[in-house]
Write a protein that binds this ligand. Structure first.
Ligand code: NAD
Length: 254
């Protein structure tokens, strides 16, 4: 296939479903050879994948070495694997906190740490981290998640500074509400799913929540040469939700 990522070798963590799967599909449509790394096999049986636990350094090095050996190297890393839970501060153990940090922050660090050599050997590359709007603002009960995603944004800037000299760019996207399994528990905690989705949509100037492909299209741009002078950035993808200020609901403005 020819495309703007033709001949590129890409890896996507957490690529089995949701946003990661959409990213795998869009990267492949752009011509890249894509391998998903995940704890489980992908929902799409056509996708190339290998088992990966991003919290485990041996698993990370084994995954990267295996992909590099098969593909001749790695040009694009998308750090997408992530978890989310809602818990009050008092109801949260140190183990809960450590688990969130292990997947959401240690994972991207380990992947970047071990992929750099591969990318540098090919003259450079692109790292795209999936942060979150919750690394910028926050819902109640999200101390660990918000802290982990703010950490991802900080890691992004630091990697851009350190890796620019070897030709590696690093950017992040900060998605708002994207309809995936990650937030389905919240939606399904109310008996009327349609009502919840309609109310969620009303929070967004564009009138609806996001789709995984809305994130994937920006990730492909950040992975491509079209964004060659862009590094160290965190791009919000939220349908304008964070841009709109709240007003008292009794004032009845649209
Ligand atoms: P999801 O739960 O649908 O998919 C997450 C994937 O990560 C799963 O396939 C899971 O198996 C994998 N994963 C989890 N732990 C892993 C580990 N240790 N090693 C390897 N893979 C692991 O979630 P999603 O909504 O697609 O989220 C993807 C990313 O986007 C996450 O980093 C999430 O924080 C971020 N995000 C999501 C939203 C949203 O509204 N859905 C918003 C902002 C950011």
């Amino acid at each position: 296939m020819t495309g703007r990522l033709s001949g590129k070798s890409a890896v996507v963590t957490g690529g089995a479903q949701g946003i990661g799967l959409a990213i795998c599909r869009r990267l492949a449509e752009a011509g890249a050879h894509v391998v998903a790394g995940d704890l489980r096999s992908p929902q799409d049986g056509n996708l190339a994948w290998k088992p990966l636990d991003v919290t485990d350094e041996d698993s990370v090095t084994g995954f990267i070495e295996a992909v590099a050996a098969e593909q001749g190297g790695i040009d694009i890393l998308v750090n997408n694997a992530g978890i989310m839970f809602e818990r009050s501060l008092a109801g949260q153990s140190a183990n809960d906190w450590d688990r969130m940090m292990a997947v959401n922050l240690r994972g991207p660090f380990l992947m970047a740490r071990h992929v750099v050599e591969q990318m540098a050997a090919r003259g450079g590359g692109a790292i795209v981290n999936i942060g979150s709007l919750e690394g910028i603002a926050c819902n109640p009960g999200h101390t660990a998640y918000a802290a982990s995603k703010a950490g991802v944004h900080g890691l992004t800037v630091a990697l851009a500074v350190d890796l620019g000299p070897v030709g590696i760019r690093c950017n992040a996207v900060a998605p708002g509400w994207i309809d995936t399994d990650l937030n389905r528990v919240y939606v399904e905690s109310h008996p009327d799913r349609d009502l919840v989705m309609a109310e969620l949509g009303r929070l967004h100037p564009v009138g609806h929540v996001g789709d995984p492909l809305d994130v994937a299209d920006v990730v492909v741009w950040l992975a491509s040469e079209e964004s060659r002078f862009v590094t160290g950035q965190v791009i919000t993808i939220d349908g304008g939700r964070h841009a709109r200020l709240s007003l008292p609901s009794i004032m009845n403005r649209a």
